[in-house]
Design a binder for this molecule. Sequence first.
Ligand SMILES: *[C@@H]1O[C@H](CO)[C@@H](O)[C@H](O)[C@H]1NC(C)=O
Length: 116
Amino acid sequence: MMKITLFALATLALVCAVPQDQPAAAGAAPVAIVKQDSEVNINGYNFDFETSDGTARQEQGEYKNDTDQQGLAVKGSYKYVAPDGQHISVTFVADKNGYQPTQHLFNEPAPGAAQP
Ligand SMILES: *[C@@H]1O[C@H](CO)[C@@H](O)[C@H](O)[C@H]1NC(C)=O
């Protein structure tokens, strides 16, 4: 009887020691989609979205079929906060000349800003 009781207690201790499913890291708020739009048609598309962690992206593509270009001509931009706290922002064109980032902004976080 004593052995059975000890076995039962040991088993209970093991079960209690198994980590339970944890929510996201303490203090880290879940990231929400705060804006999302898209439209696709025969001549092109556009979309944009924004999330609560400072990420955003928008893009427009136009199908071209003329003497200058046959294919998509795309314009867009995106931004996000890097793991080191820098705010990254890029504007680009992507067309017959390839992907061309036209503006980069890499801003250091403000002094004293909380690091992730
Ligand atoms: C592009 O334009 C050419 C010339 O008008 C036409 O022959 C061709 O079918 C067009 N291509 C598409 C995918 O619309």
